[in-house]
Structures are given as structure tokens and as C-alpha cells.
Design a protein around this ligand. Structure first.
Ligand code: PLP
Length: 421
């Protein structure tokens, strides 16, 4: 006989349950889109308004010396501790796209690796656009785009074979945005090294929820965003990681004054900083950094091991219930079956995926609003942010997904989609 799991029991055992109250939680909404934009920590409002009123308002320009010049370094070292990198191996600032551009150019210019860019069909579009742009800029062949038989997971033997045959500079998303597939990062780093290649890991869908260990996985370079599971806020500064042994060989393609050895000496010529700071360019986004620090602090306080362990429990629970209760209703599981092959979202599809999403987000008055996201052409992503979600939230979501099909609610919704889904 199948054993029914009681979500209330799981919530009682949840060590992180108390963290929910640290976030602004809109009434009557279950938010399953923390894999796109994390929630607002309550402390962020206070921190940002203090910065605006006191540091900017009262202290004005003096705040650069008093607080702001040190802020990026302080935050970078917190990100470093989260991913088990050294303090001086991480730079915070810019967007993931721009950081990938800087890193991609630096890798090509270094001459250490074959000048062949590679990506795969599971990678996030911006990463592929950036690589394509770099290949045009350097007049090298177009990036090799490795394809697999499904959107769901990489074929690791094919990926390894391509790396052996066409070594170069790869970019892969550690957790893929569609299915949440999680690559065997250590194995691939080792294979790349054997083949004189390097992998730029995009940690955007992983950082703050997957227990990333730079040292144990022998990762050499990475980028990532902070507005998802780190709850840094819309457009919060991204980060870049470079292994200390490689920093001396890499230079930024943008020689801005914030990458200069002595930016405030206003010297005539550019001289790059010795450290990873040379990848800085212009003035830092101080207000956004202040907001980001709160999100990172909450994550550090909760502990990445605890967060990742709850994420695994949540996705295991969800997959079990989806198989038992949703698959018979026409839902298809679009995420890997094995927990260790998944990041922290579970993706579903259905013939009526878009209409189902609308039923969840715009329910009848008496129903709870549930916010997943939709990715073309058919993917409903249920993002599991352990800091503010409960198992009960997941149970309610499952029962809504059932109801929408059984009661044919989806038939009342539009087939057309707006720009942001
Ligand atoms: C894997 C991945 N890479 C890059 C990006 C884009 O980052 P940015 O807009 O900060 O350049 C995203 C955004 O969702 C993403 O998921």
C-alpha cells in the first residue's frame, strides 16, 4: 500500500520554518517563483531606507570613505564563503550577462585555452547570445552548440566526447533553467582539464539553494546572479569567481577606473589592479548592494547545507505526489527523476500549460493565488525556495493543479500570452 506523506509533519520537523517571517509575504499567495525573483526580506526595507536617509541624505560624499568603498569587497567575501571559494576570488557587481562577456573575452585573450567556444542546448539564452557575440568580435568560429535528444537532461557521454574532439572554452548552467537538471560539475571539470578546456559555470539557478563547493569540485571560473535564491532584489548585482591561480593571466576587456590599481589617484594611463578587482569597471550600485547584503546574510544565517537539504526534501515530496496524483491527469514531469540530478525547481507540462498557469495566478475569489512561472513552449516551473515555503504550500499547489483539470477551469482562460510570463 502506498504511504501518504503528511506535509504538516514535515513542516513540524522543518528547522528553517522560522525564516518565513523574515520575508514580506503577500496575503493569500503561494509564491513558487523564487527561481526567477526571490522575495523581499523585511530587513531590506530598513537597510535601504537607512542608507538613503543617513548615508546618502546626511553623510553625502563622505559615505564613500565611511561605508561604500568597502561594501563590494565585504559582500564578495560573503558570496565566497557561501560557495567555498577564497575571499579574493570573487567579485560582486554588474549583471551575469556582462560578467560572462568579461570572462569569455579574458579567457580568449589569455591564450591558455583553444579559441573555440562551446555551449549546449540546455543553457540560458543570454549566455548563448553573449558567446555568439564574443565569437564575432574575435572573428573565431561560431560557438559549438551541443544538442541532446531532450530538453530534460544532458547526455554526459556526448558532452564529454565533444569536449575531447573540440576542446575549448565551455559555458554551462549548473542548474538548467527549464528542467532544473544539475550537471555532475566535478566530473566535467576534471574532463575539461584533461582536454585542455575550461568550463565557465553559470550558477544563477543554483546559488543560495544548491550547496556549491568550488574547492571540492575544482571549479576554475563561474558567474551567477543574486536576485533568485539570494533574494537580492530586482537586478541585484551579479558575481564572478576566478580561481586564484588564474587571476594573474586574465584581464578585463573593459578598462574602467574601478578596475584600476589606484582609481582615486586619477592617473593618466590604465594599470589593472592585481586582484580580481581588475574586472570592475564603473561605479558600483551601492543601493542595490545594500539590499543584496541582507539577502546573503539571511542565507548564511540559515546555512546553505540546511537550505539545500530542505530543497531536496521538498522536491522529493513534490515529485512523489506529482507522479501519484497529477500524471494520471495528463501532467508530464519535465525534471530529472533522481533528486541528485535536480536543482530547486520542478518543471511540469500539460497540453494546457499556459491556461493552467493563468488559473493558478488569477484564481476565482475564494481560491489562493499561486505564482509559478511559465517558460515557452510548455514549461510550468515550480520554484522551491526553502527559506519561505512550507510543505503545506506544496500540498495546496498540488490540489489546485488537480482541481483545475478535474473541474475544467483551464477552458475559461485565454490561449494568448503576455511578454513576461
Ligand atoms: C542561468 C541564467 N544566466 C543568466 C541570466 C541573466 O542574468 P542577467 O540578467 O543578470 O544578465 C539568467 C536570468 O534569469 C539565468 O537564469
Amino acid at each position: 500500500m502506498k504511504q501518504k506523506i503528511n506535509p504538516e509533519n514535515l513542516d513540524e520537523l522543518d528547522k528553517l520554518a522560522g525564516f518565513r517571517s523574515r520575508f514580506h509575504n503577500p496575503k493569500n499567495e503561494i509564491y513558487l517563483d523564487g527561481n526567477s525573483l526571490g522575495k523581499l526580506p523585511i530587513e531590506t526595507k530598513k537597510r535601504v531606507s537607512d542608507l538613503i536617509d543617513n548615508q546618502w541624505g546626511e553623510n553625502l560624499i563622505r559615505s564613500w570613505n565611511d561605508y561604500w568603498l568597502e561594501l563590494p569587497k565585504k559582500i564578495a567575501s560573503k558570496i565566497a564563503s557561501l560557495i567555498n571559494a577564497d575571499q579574493n576570488e570573487v567579485l560582486v557587481g554588474g549583471s551575469t550577462s556582462v560578467n560572462l562577456y568579461k570572462l569569455g573575452c579574458a579567457l580568449i585573450n589569455s591564450g591558455i585555452y583553444p579559441k573555440q567556444l562551446l555551449t549546449d542546448s540546455l543553457n540560458f539564452p543570454t549566455d548563448n547570445y553573449i558567446l555568439e557575440g564574443i565569437s564575432k568580435q574575435y572573428s573565431i568560429s561560431k560557438p559549438v552548440r551541443i544538442t541532446y535528444s531532450s530538453d530534460l537532461k544532458a547526455d554526459i557521454s556526448k558532452l564529454k566526447k565533444v569536449i575531447s574532439e573540440q576542446p575549448g572554452i565551455l559555458c554551462l548552467s549548473l542548474v538548467t533553467y527549464k528542467s532544473a537538471y544539475l550537471y555532475p560539475i566535478k566530473k566535467l571539470n576534471e574532463h575539461a582539464k584533461k582536454n585542455k578546456s575550461i568550463i565557465i559555470w553559470d550558477f544563477s539557478h543554483a546559488v543560495g539553494v544548491v550547496n556549491i563547493d568550488i574547492k571540492a569540485t575544482e571549479t576554475l571560473v563561474a558567474i551567477g546572479c543574486t536576485y533568485k535564491y539570494l533574494n537580492g532584489g530586482p537586478g541585484s548585482p551579479a558575481f564572478m569567481y576566478i580561481h586564484k591561480s588564474l587571476i594573474p593571466y586574465f584581464n578585463s576587456p573593459i578598462q574602467g577606473w574601478f578596475g584600476h590599481k589606484k582609481p582615486f589617484d586619477f592617473l593618466e594611463y590604465y594599470e589593472p589592479s592585481d586582484g580580481i578587482e581588475k574586472f570592475g569597471a564603473g561605479t558600483q550600485h551601492i543601493i542595490s548592494l545594500a539590499a543584496l547584503e541582507v539577502g546573503i546574510d539571511i542565507t548564511l544565517e540559515a546555512g546553505i547545507k540546511n537550505i539545500s537539504s530542505k530543497s531536496k526534501k521538498m522536491s522529493t515530496y513534490l515529485m512523489k505526489v506529482i507522479k501519484e496524483e497529477l500524471v494520471p491527469l495528463g501532467y508530464v514531469i519535465e525534471s530529472p527523476d533522481k533528486c541528485d540530478d535536480r536543482g530547486s525547481h520542478v518543471t511540469l507540462s500539460h497540453d494546457f500549460s499556459w491556461q493552467i498557469c493563468q488559473c493558478l495566478t488569477n484564481p476565482n475569489v475564494d481560491k489562493v493565488k499561486i505564482t509559478p512561472d511559465f517558460r515557452p513552449d510548455r514549461f510550468i516551473r515550480l520554484g522551491l525556495a526553502p527559506l519561505y515555503l512550507s510543505f503545506k504550500d506544496l500540498e495546496i499547489t498540488i490540489s489546485r493543479l488537480k482541481e483545475i483539470i478535474i473541474n475544467e477551469e483551464y477552458k475559461e482562460k485565454e490561449k494568448t500570452r503576455p511578454v513576461v510570463t
